[in-house]
Design a protein around this ligand. Structure first.
Ligand code: KIV
Length: 271
């Protein structure tokens, strides 16, 4: 029996057992009650309340505008729906970069007000003091390296990261630093598959990839992308499992036609 199928509730310990056994970890984002319920019931291991909510829920161009209060609102809705998956909540831009005290305060708010299982935070050596302080309060952290969308204004582009040796070396050091500090997992976004495989092989903690190839310990995608709701976003790493944008528009089109023609509601659909 797999580790995943034998557990009532996925914990950080379960994820580390999965890595030990070579069982891949599945992770998807969710931002609201209804979607989180479906994803949890389908058997996902980890639900990420990602700050990608800023893009797909709020319509912002970047993840920067979403606030801590808004992340907590999304997380509260997700946590209410989830019975089995581990719920990880992104610490939004501006909630941890100032200093480690502020970072701890933000992480405590997420845990206390949303009842999350863990937080996710972007960065390596630059934020290690905050990582240590949050961990010392007993709050589990998932790291995030490679393409870090909260730093898009510094990068200036969403192209593949760490292709050059200097950046790859820093990423390897940062991943080790996060593991040594006590993070339970790390996300690697949009980096060469060969580098991601090397990092996963050299860490004891699970490495979850997005655009990082198959040699890591698990995969994460944004649910709106994998369900085909976001039509403009088409990176090479994205596999679409549905074309919901088309299906939703067809359904709405039929509804409009039925309302206009007074086909809806019929006699059985009224009191
Ligand atoms: O916010 C998010 O959805 C993420 C994933 C892309 C890993 O951080």
């Amino acid at each position: 029996m797999s580790v995943q199928s034998s557990v009532k509730r996925v914990t950080t310990h379960v994820l580390s057992e999965m890595k030990l056994k070579g069982e891949k970890i599945s992770m998807l984002t969710a931002y609201d009650y209804s979607m989180a319920k479906l994803v949890d019931e389908a058997g996902i291991d980890v639900i990420l309340v990602g700050d990608s909510a800023s893009n797909v829920m709020a319509g912002n161009i970047t993840t920067l505008p979403i606030t801590l209060d808004q992340m907590i609102y999304h997380a509260q809705s997700v946590v209410k729906a989830v019975q089995r998956s581990l719920v990880v909540v992104d610490m939004p831009f501006g909630s941890y970069q100032g200093n480690s005290k502020e970072a701890l305060h933000s992480a405590i708010r997420i845990m206390k007000e949303a009842h999350a299982d863990a937080v996710k935070i972007e960065g390596g050596s630059e934020i290690i003091e905050s990582v240590q302080r949050i961990l010392s309060a007993g709050i589990p952290i998932m790291g995030h390296l490679g393409l870090m969308p909260q730093s898009i204004n510094k990068f200036g582009t969403y192209v593949v990261r760490a292709k050059e040796k200097e950046e790859a070396d820093k990423l390897i050091e940062d991943a080790k630093l996060l593991e040594e500090a006590g993070c339970f997992a790390v996300v690697l976004e949009k980096i060469p598959a060969e580098l991601a495989t090397r990092v996963a092989a050299n860490l004891r903690i699970p490495v979850i990839g997005i655009g990082a190839g198959s040699g890591v310990d698990g995969q994460v995608l944004v649910i709106h992308d994998m369900l085909g709701m976001t039509q403009q976003f088409s990176p090479r790493f994205l596999r679409r499992y549905l074309n919901l944008a088309v299906e939703i528009k067809e359904a709405v089109g039929k509804y409009i036609a039925d309302v206009k023609s007074v086909d809806f509601p019929n006699e059985k659909e009224q009191y």
